[in-house]
Design a protein around this ligand. Structure first.
Ligand code: CTP
Ligand code: MN
Ligand code: MN
Ligand code: MN
Length: 360
């Protein structure tokens, strides 16, 4: 009589919003390989291919234990033939030749550099690449025309390339809390984005502003931006305001909150006088009416892939449309209200996933 101990097989739900994805996981080499190919595909404008690699990487991020070999890949959802080959190669050889070739290519390195500039997307980076530009110095020496946003991105490139740390994020929250306390008593300031998911650092800080009495938040963005300007803390800002007409025609993919993308002068706590006393950091401000706050919080906490999967799940599995303003039930023809993120998950018939497990 032979008894075999069967390893519990890895069970992975098909949608990332059905899975618990912590920040730390035992597959960083595998995830990095797939995410490099995802990024490279997006640099070539190949969205579908990029998404396929992103999906595969996200599946590896959520595995509750380390893979015991390539044989375990076959039971997992979302691992296509190409991803499977890459993973097998990394598992067996430690590296994947295709990934290493991409990483060393001039094309990938230049696209990565250019898209890292605030205000530069894939299309602009690609145009510059085709014009023969390869460095920030090239942009200057060729007299490349830059938008106001890109000028700021180039000017503060070195500072913005240094990730924002948790202490810096906290001091930005304090700064904004302090300002809003004067401008609009009882206003709330909520940290969203990667920091809410527990990331130790990020490329920016994302803050949602609101007020428990709906309507009182109107005008807050303008006064906050003016205040930051008066304190000489605004190095760059780009605000957009939702008009009443736009705000009422909800159910769109892009959100229509009053928002401001900024580069801020963050004053550093330094002892000596010879040290430069500030550095540039990116801060995103979004003003949200109280009744939409749970939806905005869910939408602005990320990760981007988790958000994409929530919306895909809502549409394809529930016939609902989810965005940062609300949840629309197409079968009932009504908007579903929620006073917390938990209630939104309930409406969708999903187990609640806390922010720290949304690192899909
Ligand atoms: N977001 C959005 N609309 C935008 C920009 C961002 O809804 N115009 C949402 C994204 O979906 C994401 C969240 O805001 O979920 C945070 O975006 P971002 O700051 O780009 O990413 P983070 O996850 O915070 O990563 P990082 O730590 O690098 O900032
Ligand atoms: Mn292929
Ligand atoms: Mn962020
Ligand atoms: Mn952001």
């Amino acid at each position: 009589q032979v008894t075999t101990t069967v390893e519990p097989s890895l069970q992975v739900a098909p949608y990332a919003c059905q899975r618990r994805t912590p920040l730390d996981h035992p597959h960083s080499a595998l995830v990095m390989a797939l995410e490099t190919l995802a990024e490279a595909a997006l640099f070539e404008g190949e969205e579908a291919r990029g998404l396929a690699f992103t999906r595969a990487a996200s599946v590896l991020r959520c595995l509750p234990r380390a893979l015991r070999g390539t044989h375990e890949l076959s039971g997992l959802p979302g691992i296509g033939a190409h991803s499977h080959r890459v993973l097998q190669e990394v598992l067996e050889d430690g590296v994947c030749v295709e990934v290493e070739t991409v990483k060393q290519s001039e094309r990938y390195q230049t696209m990565k550099l250019f898209t890292q500039i605030f205000g530069v997307g894939v299309r602009t980076a690609d145009r510059w690449y085709r014009e023969g530009l390869r460095s920030l110095g090239d942009l200057r020496s060729h007299g490349t025309r830059l938008t106001r946003e890109q000028q700021a991105g180039v000017q503060y490139f070195e500072d913005l390339a240094v990730p924002v740390g948790q202490a810096e994020a906290e001091s930005l929250v304090c700064l904004v809390l302090d300002a809003t306390a004067h401008l609009l008593p009882n206003a709330s300031v909520t940290l969203a984005g990667g920091f809410r998911r527990g990331k130790p650092c990020g490329h920016d800080v994302d803050l949602l502003l609101s007020h428990p009495e709906e309507g009182r938040e109107v005008g807050l963005l303008g006064s906050l931006v003016a205040w930051l300007g008066e304190q000489d803390l605004l190095l760059y800002q780009h605000s957009s305001y939702s008009t009443a007409a736009e705000a009422s025609s909800s159910c769109r993919a892009l959100d229509r909150f009053d928002r401001c993308f900024t580069i801020l002068r963050l004053v550093l706590p330094t002892a000596g006088t010879r040290v430069r006393a500030w550095r540039a950091v990116r801060l995103d401000l979004v003003v949200v009416p109280h009744s939409q706050l749970p939806f905005a919080l869910l939408g602005w906490t990320g990760s981007r892939h988790f958000e994409r999967e929530l919306r895909r799940f809502a549409r394809h599995e529930r016939e609902m449309v989810l965005n940062s303003h609300g949840l629309y039930d197409m079968r009932q023809g009504t908007f579903l209200l929620a006073s917390s993120e938990e209630e939104i998950f309930q409406h969708l018939g999903l187990d609640y996933i806390p922010p720290t497990l949304r690192n899909a």
